[in-house]
Design a protein around this ligand. Structure first.
Ligand SMILES: *Cc1c(COP(=O)(O)O)cnc(C)c1O
Length: 401
């Protein structure tokens, strides 16, 4: 190993960028005495809705909570099923399981690893029958109620065609947009396409509130229900009256965002374009420099929109490349550089394997993805030196001058 390429400190694959402005705004909330959901959450919701161009935005304390509330609002039950990608984080599928409903997994595109209209239709064909009014699963006899496309890494799923398929089979579309802020699909930002779009403000995401999430949507009556369920099922009309009286009308959840978090979100939102520009710049530089490495497939631009560049994932062809994926990860670690994998396919996890007995042979592209991909460090706070260290390390590992 070339000692010149070894960093003194560890570079994680992702880190949040918290400005002094953000710290000051959070401190102001702390000084104000109002630390739970209040005016800052309202402001964050309005500014986020405005930013993505969505009619309604509802802040929650995680994307997982947002996905849960979206499914709750369509009245998902144990007699139902939901179709989603095999390549996602467990949050997307665990919320389906909260209702004892069944996740139906699609394979993914061989290049960008997204759920596509083709993988969706193949799954419907294989797993379901249309009885003239409902899509029914062949094995379990459940009613398919929704599709959850995942905009993996910041590539956008083909929403027009997915929405057409959804309409044909009377399915809701709930987008997992945890990686897609800010991302544009065709002429509109992600946040305006499906029935619900759910964003994450987890520590490593496009913007962060520490923990947090946002649901964007159009249907205002369903939004009222979600706002109620977000905070204990309390009837908001009664709650907003002066005095001590309130009414609980549902067994709701405790999924509200705090003003402390929202204050951070408001500043992050203002800085988000600059974050995105910096990530884009790093991704372009990686692409230019790594294009000479044999057997390394690099991420393209998003052909259907503007990539958020949440992740920079490479795919290593073990037949052609100088080292394999696992060696690349180990050698990076030796050089004090972090990496990650997005994602271990859902069907590989013990819980899902045991509970739903997925046949891994049905997911050839997800399997190849799992064997060959790695996410390299990409975040707005990377310095020029961090960027150069990753480049030098990768070139060194593949022995490219
Ligand atoms: C991070 C992530 C989530 C969950 O987000 P939280 O805000 O942590 O709940 C869901 N889906 C995907 C694809 C993610 O990467």
């Amino acid at each position: 190993m070339n000692m010149l390429t070894t960093r003194k400190t560890f570079l994680p694959f992702a880190l949040p960028s918290i400005s002094e402005d953000a710290i000051e705004e959070v401190a102001n909330v702390l000084r104000s005495g109002w630390v739970t959901s209040g005016p800052k959450v309202k402001q964050f919701e309005m500014e986020f809705a405005d930013f993505v161009g969505a009619p309604i935005a509802i802040a929650v304390n995680s994307a997982t909570a947002g996905l849960h509330l979206a499914l709750e609002s369509i009245g998902l039950t144990e007699k139902d099923a939901v179709i989603t990608s095999a390549v996602t984080f467990t949050a997307t599928t665990e919320v389906i399981c909260y209702f004892k409903a069944e996740p139906i997994l699609t394979d993914v595109d061989p290049i960008n690893h997204l759920l596509t209209p083709e993988t969706l239709l193949a799954t419907i064909e294989r797993e379901c029958t249309w009885n003239g009014s409902e899509l029914i699963t062949k094995k379990s006899g459940k009613v398919v109620r929704a599709i959850m496309p995942v905009h993996l890494a910041g590539y956008t799923c083909d929403m027009e065609r997915i929405l057409t398929i959804a309409k044909k089979y009377r399915l809701y579309v709930i987008e997992d947009a945890a990686h897609a802020f800010p991302a544009v699909h065709k002429d509109k930002m992600i946040g305006n396409w499906g029935d619900f779009t759910v964003f994450s403000f987890y520590a490593t995401k496009g913007i962060t509130t520490g923990e947090g999430g946002m649901i964007t949507m159009k249907d205002s009556s369903r939004a009222d229900h979600i706002r109620k369920m977000r905070l204990h099922g309390i009837n908001r009309d009664a709650f907003n009256r002066p005095g001590w009286y309130y009414e609980v009308v549902e067994a709701g959840y405790k999924y509200n965002l705090s003003d402390i978090q929202a204050a951070l979100g408001i500043v992050q939102l203002k800085e988000s374009h600059a974050f995105w520009e910096r990530r884009t710049q790093i991704a372009k530089r990686y692409n230019e420099t790594f294009s000479k490495i044999k057997g390394l497939k690099l991420p393209n631009e998003d052909l259907l929109g503007i990539h958020s560049w949440h992740l920079y994932r490479v795919e290593i062809d073990p037949e052609k490349a100088f080292v394999g994926r696992d060696t690349l990860a180990e050698e990076l670690k030796e050089r004090n550089i972090g990496s990650s994998l997005h994602f271990i396919p859902i069907f590989e996890h013990p819980y899902y394997k045991k509970k739903f007995q997925f046949d891994r042979n049905l997911f050839p592209n997800a399997n190849t993805m799992y064997a060959r991909t790695l996410s390299l460090p990409l975040f707005a706070g990377m310095t020029k030196q961090d960027e150069q260290d990753v480049i030098d390390a990768v070139l060194d590992i593949f022995q490219v001058k």
